[in-house]
Write a protein that binds this ligand. Sequence first.
Ligand code: UD1
Length: 418
Amino acid sequence: MESIIVCGGARLTGEVSVSGAKNSALKLMAASLMAPGVSRLRNVPHIADVEVMSQVLQALGAHVSRDGDVLEIDASELTSHEAPYEFVAQMRASTAVLGPLITRLGEAVVAMPGGCNIGSRKIDMHLRGLEALGAEVHFGHGSIDVTVPAEGLSPAQVTLDFPSVGATENLLMASVLVTGETVIENAAREPEIVDLINYLGAMGADIRGGGTSTVTVTGVSELHPADHTVIGDRVEAGTYLVAGAITGGPVTVRGFDPIHLEIVVTKLEAAGSEVEVGDDWVTVRRDGPVRAIDIQTLPYPGFPTDMQAQFMAMLALANGNSIITENVFENRFMFADELMRMGADVRIEGHHALVKGVPSLSGAPVRSTDLRGGAALVLAALAAEGETRVGDIFHIDRGYDRFCDKLAALGADVRRES
Ligand code: UD1
């Protein structure tokens, strides 16, 4: 088991480039299953979740090879429609193969998901949407079996109860070859959805309204392989911006679209940082105190739940009290207990966290509870007095490409240790 060891106190300065977006790359990989032939994805991050998705695709009969940041997926022949438990248990995003498999093979068996331990994370909306298209859903032996009836799927108007990212993606991928017009209302508007729609468009799909709450899919007769560059990771970018803000900076983060982080930039400014925004970069610097602010997470374009933990780490050092409200996931404050071991003063009440700023944090042995919570502990450690050992860093490796190397290049005293 490896840990990340951080000696706090260094002011991070310099430039860092983000990798391709995890949450985009995983879905684009799944979508590639629908095109017989060889698809090419560029700017694919080197993270454990991409490895797991590669194994899922291989278990289904695709061939996956990597050359640097380029991933080639040969889906000429698929040999299975079953995403095995060993992968789905490791990574919930494996459920993104549901839509592609029913489109390509007419059946998908996917083990019930595991993944980040941040609430119940059901997939009922995915399944209700697929049923609205006429798919038959059966549960048994820990798996979900979705089949297309002999007459095929039919177009439908589906209104999601909540703009779920995963449900929107699965419905898009399930409906691209369904003759007629399928409309998804209350669709998720995240940039990763738009990236998927652009990729599907390059594969021959006809989809309008990406990035809005109403997405219309007009079925086409076939899809072909495409070559696509994954968008920059806005959450990775936001994480390095908080690293700059918590230690002082200036830190410039490159390789993503700053529009995707608009509210994060606004909140960094409200919390006492100066921020400069360019075309594909943002610079953050803080000379005064961290100011207390309130945050509530919401679907895009609201404040991202995936940035909540990093902001809590920063607000733990603010000059007053902040309230963080988590509206997207249940049980996403688990890392707060670890932050408290470093001296933070946090009280959790339901989906609210009251963060009372303290003058300093102190290094301590802590453990990652989930991907973003783990990254947030490293950020807290950068600003803490003394040494922090962050354990269970496999969570961090799931979604951050060369995290320690990038932080070290900014001047952090950080290393991995067995
Ligand atoms: C994706 C992202 C995740 C991000 C989240 C919200 C990936 C791999 N993960 O997760 O990093 O935090 O979007 O931006 O892209 N829900 C249901 N039933 C469903 C589907 C969802 O109850 O059928 C609930 C979930 O439990 C959660 C909320 O809806 O409370 C949002 O989930 P969703 O938007 O689907 O997130 P994911 O796609 O799982």
